[in-house]
Design a protein around this ligand. Structure first.
Ligand SMILES: NC(=O)c1ccc[n+]([C@@H]2O[C@H](COP(=O)([O-])OP(=O)(O)OC[C@H]3O[C@@H](n4cnc5c(N)ncnc54)[C@H](OP(=O)(O)O)[C@@H]3O)[C@@H](O)[C@H]2O)c1
Length: 274
């Protein structure tokens, strides 16, 4: 499995997203994904499936240290004591002594970032997380966080697919040696409706979803596509045996547009955790 190196972390380029996967389906998909060669699993306190992710990991039979396990703390638990408690609870649910990467799930302007980062670093020092990072952080927040954190931040996990331009955040990550992890890397399934992606995939014998994922990994962006279907696990992993040309990359790069964002709290009102 190819990896991205970022501030001391080696993050497998392909991971499995697990948002919305629950119960037996979640455990079975995680188990199968790891058996098929996925070496990175993305979960979160908020997904309410850490127990099942841990079950799937153990059922796969693959040694624990070969799989990169990521979880996230929800912003309502960013006060220092709460953060330590939430991190402990996540490891208990996963039945792991430590996770490979612990992220702040969304910024929380109600709690000083300095306090939250201090607590996040303490979680790492306590051995509950090998690496720490952030998610949904803007350029300004990346600048602030990297200045405040006493431990290296290894990534910003953000919405990224061919229909959204995240060049500014990507630039800030690059400047600080942080990896970019793309969530919604197939635009919640919408990649398959793109005529351009389908046409570009045809001569390569690849689907529009595979082209969307390849476009990202070819730029060293980590992808964490989710599926509840076993056959799509194989499809989404078959992205390392072809290469998009410079022209194809440019054509896909031009698909980004102003209304491309899918996860937008500005559209749905203030987040519920305040
Ligand atoms: N940090 C954050 O705030 C944040 C936010 C959102 C997501 N995430 C993480 O990122 C992961 C991925 O994002 P996402 O789940 O929102 O979206 P996504 O991975 O872009 O898309 C998932 C959707 O695409 C469908 N799909 C999967 N493979 C396909 C294929 N080969 N062809 C066509 N359709 C396909 C899936 O349906 P089927 O199940 O029917 O295959 C599902 O409906 C999440 O699961 C989660 O772990 C993080």
């Amino acid at each position: 499995m190819q990896v991205v190196e970022a501030n001391g972390a080696r993050i497998p380029l392909l991971g499995l997203g697990t948002w919305d996967l629950r119960g037996r389906t979640c455990a079975r998909i995680v188990e199968q994904a790891i058996r098929l060669g996925y070496r990175h699993i993305d979960t979160a306190e908020m997904y309410d499936n850490e127990r099942e992710v841990g079950e799937g990991l153990r059922a796969s039979g693959v040694p624990r240290n070969e799989v990169f396990v990521v979880t996230k703390v929800w912003p309502s638990h960013f006060a220092p004591r709460e953060l330590m408690r939430a991190a402990k609870e996540s490891t208990l649910k996963l039945r792991l002594s430590e996770v490979d990467l612990l992220l702040l799930h969304w910024p929380n302007p109600r709690i000083p970032l300095a306090d939250t980062l201090d607590a996040l670093c303490k979680v790492k020092e306590a051995g509950l997380a090998r690496h720490i990072g952030v998610s949904n952080f803007t350029v300004a927040l990346i600048e602030e966080a990297t200045r405040l954190s006493s431990e290296p931040l290894v990534c910003d996990q953000i919405e990224l697919h061919p229909f959204i331009d995240q060049s500014k955040v990507r630039g800030a990550c690059a400047a600080h040696g942080m990896a970019v992890v793309a969530y919604c890397p197939i635009a919640r399934g919408n990649a398959k409706n793109s005529g351009v992606l389908a046409r570009i995939g045809e001569p390569h014998g690849k689907s529009a979803a595979q082209v969307s994922l390849r476009f990202l990994v070819q730029q060293q962006i980590v992808v964490i596509p989710r599926t509840s279907k076993l056959e799509r696990l194989t499809e989404n992993a078959a992205i390392f045996d072809f290469e998009l040309s410079r022209d194809e990359m440019a054509e896909i790069g031009a698909l980004a547009h102003g209304a491309g964002r899918i996860v937008d709290y500005a559209l749905s009102g203030p987040p519920q955790w305040y």
